[in-house]
Design a protein around this ligand. Sequence first.
Ligand code: ZN
Length: 311
Amino acid sequence: MADFRPGTPDQEEFLRDLVGAGYLIESGVPGVYGRGDAFERVRLGFDAKVTAASETESPEHMVFPPLLPRRQMEDVGYLKSFPHLACTVFAFEGDEEQAAEQEQRADNHEDWSGHQRMTDLVLKPAACYPVYPAVAARGALAPGGVMVDAGGTYVFRHEPSGDPARLQAFHQREIVRIGEPETVVGWRNRWRDRSLELLRSVGLDATTDVASDPFFGRAGRLLARSQRSQELKFEVVVPIAGPEPTAVASFNYHQDHFSSVYGIEMDGDGDTTAHTACLGFGLERITLALVRAHGLDQDRWPAAVREELGL
Ligand code: ZN
């Protein structure tokens, strides 16, 4: 595993504590864990808080599987920006002889990819991706646009690490706003502030900052710089297992990126291209931040925090 990033001593110790106390269950692969009861109670408790906060805006709910049609990953340019994080699904295509050869190699734990072919699927890297083509397929949007709650679904990033806050499979709770540019930007900024309140209400030391995505390569550094200078992305960061505070939520203004790809239009005259924004809560990171802040024993968490999370 050439690209494995070891955790700091503090992160490795936190991971051992989480496994020891039954929050996480090791799989043998860094960044891929089962979750025990203690973990799920907190994760779902915070998820419910996001639901309660968003219901005042009556979002439409869409639920998608953790897989994405490969075509969508290609269309949105994911492989240009994040080729290092993409996870693709391959499956066996071959005859009986090749199947036997594959089995033999697998029995020996050798590379058995020789008779595997790319399928039409990839693992979903962001919960909002399937929302854009689904909305585009309905035709032009009425004034005001739409808000879609895409739920808290598994997303995947190929970045094995010893830091328990850097997972390869985690739940991203995403909400998407599509509409006129000023509507979308106002919504994004309101949610950025609302998220700070949500996170502080459960005792987290949350702050917000302009951020950029982990774009690949030299061209990526330019993209990241322009993303920052235009304030397209904000993150809320909280301390987990350092050294720096960790991003637990992000607020992204895509301008017309997704609407141009899929042809999302507003009903009306003149320039009718819709703009889009999304926000994502990293539910695992928020859970870890809560454990870090309040301790492994949930019975000893502050009563107000327990109440907020329904524990
Ligand atoms: Zn998104």
